[in-house]
Design a protein around this ligand. Structure first.
Ligand code: HEC
Ligand code: HEC
Length: 428
């Protein structure tokens, strides 16, 4: 496993390897007085690629695809592990597979009937100038051969990637490709969330009808209750962290392959970049992050608290979940306004596509979002899953769907009531 120090940043294609890097990494993984400290070092660690070919059986560090070079690069607002600004949003690309059915046909009802063909050639010469079929879709992005949605990575060790990325984003108007974003949430207090018992969440789901709501539990493909991620797509903190390492940083882990170049078929790394023990350490560090600090302004927000419940915010943003006090979420999936929806064909990675009306289908539908916890919400702007709301008021305006009534109640508040509510929210 090869790492080098933060001060020795190597960008792009590397031409040398630091002789002491391996030893440093050994220290990184094996020393440190406790797992939490080792985990923090790994969370902050700025990963770099190595020049060693994979065939040598050595780990290859960062990449080949990555969204950032460290966990902390995205999770840092208000301290290590915090939320992230919009520039760190990750991008998810979804292709409308419906178009497949229409291959080589004209689109009915289009004003100037046209074939579904690509109008542009990828600048790097990929043979994309043909009609859409599954093979072409896979050529577009190898990950699309088994999922309707894939991550569109920001960074690659291959500079040719950037032209390809531009092509996907800008010049493919005849493809039905849509890009959705995810904003970086804060990780404070997640160790407590990890320990919330299923029975507590099942209770929340049962209460929905009495509240006039229809929130539901997210289930993983193996039928465990999902708690983590904007779609509640992962059941445990450790699993989320292992996937984040593989997907965001391109680190091969014991259970997850590092993200591979979308222009090529899956290429597995021949060695892991992170050991189980190291993933345990990162998990220990994140689990150990305290809940967000409660502001002193808390007491002045008391009326705001009453307003919060009176206008129905507390239906979804439930104050206490079992032993976890003042978290303000039910961790259930709720249908939100149409404008917030993921692309129609969106599919959570690794899930089969949920059926719109099937009971107990596993993953979240395109229009469903897990209620975010409101603890610490004063310092986690921007808000909502894609960071579209810059202020708390904007976030409330963006609700709709199941929260339509509650959001409308908010509009009818007097100015000073709104202010009290804001004060309350900021004190959480
Ligand atoms: C490129 C920015 C970026 C990097 C790098 C990154 N994350 Fe994240 N993180 C995100 C985003 C965006 C989400 C929300 C993703 C989603 O819900 O689909 C997230 C979600 C999470 C969650 C779930 C939070 C919740 O409330 O359920 C955990 C845990 C997490 N990240 C840990 C990590 C760890 C550990 C690392 C390093 C191995 C890491 N992240 C690297 C952006 C990043
Ligand atoms: C039907 C359930 C529901 C109700 C009722 C509800 N919310 Fe939400 N809230 C959500 C969901 C789900 C999201 C995330 C949606 C998204 O990201 O697209 C959210 C997001 C938020 C956010 C942004 C949090 C973040 O970290 O980005 C704030 C702030 C918020 N709600 C406050 C309120 C307030 C105040 C009220 C009352 C006026 C309210 N909510 C009523 C479900 C609800």
């Amino acid at each position: 496993m090869i790492l080098s120090q933060r001060s020795l940043v190597l960008i792009g294609i590397l031409t040398f390897v630091l002789p002491s890097a391996h030893a440093q990494h050994q220290r990184l993984g094996m020393e440190g007085s406790n797992p939490v400290q080792r985990g923090q070092t790994l969370f902050d660690w700025v990963w770099e690629p190595t020049t060693l070919p994979r065939t040598e059986g050595k780990s290859d560090g960062l990449g080949p695809m990555f969204n950032a070079r460290s966990c902390a690069e995205c999770h840092h607002q208000g301290g290590t592990g915090g939320a992230g600004s919009k520039i760190h949003n990750i991008e998810i690309l979804t292709v409308r597979l419906k178009a497949l059915d229409l291959k080589n046909t004209t689109i009915p009802g289009e004003s100037n009937s046209k074939k579904i063909t690509t109008s542009n050639q990828a600048k790097n010469g990929s043979p994309l100038n043909q009609s859409l079929d599954p093979e072409t879709i896979a050529k577009l992005h190898a990950g699309l051969s088994n999922s309707a949605s894939v991550l569109l990575h920001k960074g690659s060790l291959n500079s040719g990637y950037y032209d390809y990325q531009k092509f996907l984003k800008e010049s493919n108007h005849d493809f039905s490709i849509e890009i959705a974003e995810r904003n970086t949430p804060s990780l404070f207090g997640l160790g407590l969330v990890d320990k919330i018992e299923d029975s507590i969440l099942i209770e929340q789901e049962k209460r929905q009808q009495t509240l006039g709501l229809s929130g539901r539990l997210a289930r993983t493909p193996d039928n465990r209750i999902g708690k983590f991620g904007w779609k509640a797509q992962k059941a445990t903190l450790r699993e989320f962290i292992e996937e984040a390492a593989a997907v965001e940083l391109g680190l091969e882990t014991p259970k997850m392959h590092q993200a591979s170049d979308p222009r090529r078929a899956l290429q597995n790394a021949t060695a892991t970049d992170l050991s189980n023990e190291q993933i345990d350490s990162i998990t220990a560090f994140v689990s150990n992050l305290p809940r967000p600090p409660q502001a002193d302004a808390r007491n002045t927000g008391l009326n705001g608290g009453q307003i919060f419940y009176a206008i129905g915010c507390g239906g979804c943003h439930v104050a206490n979940l079992g032993h976890v006090k003042e978290i303000y979420t039910d961790l259930l999936l709720h249908k939100m306004k149409h404008d917030l929806h993921d692309p129609e064909n969106y599919q959570i990675f690794g899930h089969s596509k949920p059926l719109e009306n099937a009971k107990n289908h596993a993953g979240a539908l395109p229009g469903e979002w897990r209620t975010p916890a409101l603890w610490g919400v004063g310092i986690t702007a921007p808000y909502m899953h894609d960071g579209r709301a810059l202020s708390l008021e904007e976030a409330i305006d963006e609700h709709g769907g199941e929260a339509e009534k509650s959001a409308r109640n908010f509009q009818t508040l007097e100015v000073d009531q709104k202010m009290q509510l804001m004060q309350f929210l900021k004190s959480l």
